[in-house]
Write a new protein. Structure first.
Length: 141
C-alpha cells in the first residue's frame, strides 16, 4: 500500500509505462500523419505521371492496373490502383486525379498489391465510376 502523498510517484510511473508502449508513442508523436504522403487527409489530388501494371503477390497471378501519381500538395509520388474493369482506359498521363486510401483495418496494403495503398476515385473532376458506367464523359483539358 503506497504511503500518504504518493500520488505524484504513481502518476509519473504510470506515464513512464505508457511511453514504453509502441502504439501509444506512435500515436502521441503523430508518426503515421508525418509518414503519410496524404498528410493525414482522407483524399488528395495529383497529376498522373505514368500508367503501370503491377504483378499480384502469390498465390494470385495477373497484372493489376495502377498509375504513378505526383501529389499536388507536397510533390510526393505514390502508386494508386485503378479499380474495376476497364477503369485504366479513362485515365491518361497528365490527367488530374483524386485518390483516397484503400480500406484496411490497420495500415499497409490491401489485397495482393505490394506497396499500393491508394485508389483513384476521380479523373479531371468526374467520378471514375460514372465514366465506367457510361453516364458521364471525360472532359478534354
Amino acid at each position: 500500500m503506497p504511503g500518504q502523498y504518493a500520488a505524484r510517484k504513481l502518476k509519473s510511473d504510470r506515464q513512464k509505462a505508457k511511453w514504453k508502449s509502441t502504439d501509444y508513442k506512435r500515436k502521441k508523436l503523430k508518426l503515421r500523419q508525418k509518414h503519410d504522403p496524404l498528410g493525414g487527409s482522407p483524399q488528395a489530388k495529383g497529376i498522373v505521371i505514368q500508367k503501370v501494371a503491377l504483378e499480384a503477390k502469390q498465390p494470385n497471378s495477373g497484372l493489376r492496373k495502377c498509375v504513378r501519381i505526383q501529389l499536388i500538395k507536397n510533390g510526393k509520388q505514390i502508386t494508386a490502383f485503378a479499380p474495376k474493369d476497364k477503369a485504366i482506359t479513362f485515365i491518361d498521363e497528365h490527367d488530374e486525379v483524386m485518390v483516397e486510401k484503400l480500406r484496411s483495418s490497420k495500415r499497409g496494403t490491401v489485397g495482393d498489391l505490394p506497396g499500393v495503398r491508394w485508389k483513384v476515385i476521380k479523373v479531371n473532376g468526374i467520378p471514375l465510376q460514372e465514366m465506367r458506367k457510361g453516364k458521364k464523359e471525360k472532359p478534354t483539358r
